[in-house]
Design a protein around this ligand. Structure first.
Ligand code: SF4
Ligand code: SF4
Length: 381
């Protein structure tokens, strides 16, 4: 192709400074392509780097199929808006000083770039246990970059369960890992932080949030008190689970192969908020409970420590079924005495409530724990 002969090594390295190089580099040399962008499309610069993480969030999001990740990164996410991914260590072709320069150049665009941090931030010993590059022969701690870049960003997206501290922040946490919002708050940075937890997060949660920001600005994203967009994390998994009827009837699986409610196998659906049961994964193919695996609460703040051990049966205090949930005839004979499940207690509660028959949630009236939530707020508040 003639286009390749026009690329000098220098051209190549320059273009490779952004991840778009890896995903659609040659497009930039097509006639009129740059003009098209310059004339009609607003660019939102993005710096995306990995702190304490396994890169799994990137892998998940790069698997976005609708829209395809090429469309997200190279074309317009929404009409008139284009992400300009300046730095992403996994997919960018640039390395060394050229890569670090991409961060520096973008950082000068104060207040106009989005900072995406994948993973937890190591804070112990000035963050020396997690470095994101070198400058003048010295390692640059992620801690330093998060604070400096976070201060001047338009918004920060903390990606993955580790954005709350997650697995790197789990006990004994020898490197002092903390969540992104915690680190920024401790250092007086007031830039809005959007948390997109999950291990990994669903591609739609990321693309949907970015598209919403591009269309309506930060104020268009409604967050819960943990900084999560309510559009994706607003509903209790348990309320939308196809096995919920078994829970209300007291039919609990004792083995993964049984088709009943997996509460006694440690399912964290009654305490975890996300739309996994309705959105499902791999382009709507399936989700954890659908694959006979209890939810392990990967979107729950404090994961994994707060929901560990994964096999532990959650002690629930109250559980109110959604008003739209169809009532189910409770079969007392199927209610079992096991791990926190007490048929006598359940029946008593049902009678006291006057809902002995057709009582949704009777068996669990003293076992559900719905985290108290503060009023929603806008991302830019
Ligand atoms: S405990 Fe888990 S498997 Fe059972 S209904 Fe709730 S979310 Fe579904
Ligand atoms: S169902 Fe639970 S463990 Fe599975 S992805 Fe959703 S929040 Fe994570």
């Amino acid at each position: 192709m003639a286009i390749r002969t026009e690329l000098t090594r220098r051209d190549f390295l320059k273009l490779s400074a952004g991840s778009t190089a890896a995903l659609g580099l040659l497009l930039f040399k097509f006639p009129n392509f740059e003009k098209l962008f310059a004339a009609k499309v607003a660019e939102v610069p993005v710096i995306w780097f990995h702190a304490g993480s396994c890169n799994g969030c990137s892998v998940s999001i790069l698997n976005s199929l609708s829209p395809r990740i090429q469309d997200v990164l190279v074309n317009q996410v929404v009409p008139g808006n284009h992400i300009s991914l300046r730095f992403h260590p996994t997919v960018m072709a640039a390395s060394g000083e050229l890569a670090m320069k991409a961060i520096e150049d973008t950082a000068r665009m104060k207040g106009s770039y989005v900072l995406i941090i994948e993973g937890a931030v190591s804070s112990k010993d000035k963050g020396i246990y997690c470095e994101v590059g070198e400058k003048n022969g010295q390692g640059v701690p992620a801690l330093e970059q998060v604070i400096a870049l976070g201060r001047d960003a338009m918004a920060v997206i903390a990606l993955g369960a580790c954005g709350y501290g997650g697995i790197p922040g789990a006990a004994p946490n020898t490197t002092g890992c903390k969540g992104v919002r915690e680190i920024l708050t401790e250092n007086g940075v007031k830039t809005p932080v959007i948390n997109l937890p999950g291990c990994p997060p669903h591609p739609d949660w990321f693309v949907g949030t970015v598209a919403t920001v591009l269309i309506g600005g930060l104020g268009a994203v409604t967050l819960d008190d943990m900084g999560r967009p309510t559009a994706f994390y607003g509903k209790l998994i348990h309320d939308n689970c196809p096995r919920r009827a078994y829970f209300d009837q007291g039919k609990f699986a004792q083995k993964h192969s049984e088709p009943y409610c997996m509460f006694e196998l440690g399912c964290k659906g009654p305490v975890t908020y996300s739309d996994c049961p309705t959105r499902m994964w791999n382009s709507g193919t399936n989700w954890c409970v659908g694959a006979s695996s209890p939810c392990i609460g990967c979107c729950h703040p404090g994961f994994p420590d707060k929901v560990a051990p994964f096999r532990r049966v959650e002690q629930l205090e109250s559980l109110t079924p959604p008003s739209w949930y169809p009532p189910i005839e409770k079969e007392k004979t199927q209610l079992k005495e096991a791990k926190g499940i007490n048929p006598g207690l359940a029946a008593g509660i049902g009678a006291a409530a006057g809902i002995a028959a057709g009582a949704v949630g009777v068996a669990v009236a003293k076992r559900g724990a719905k985290p108290k939530e503060k009023p929603d707020k806008k991302a830019g508040d």
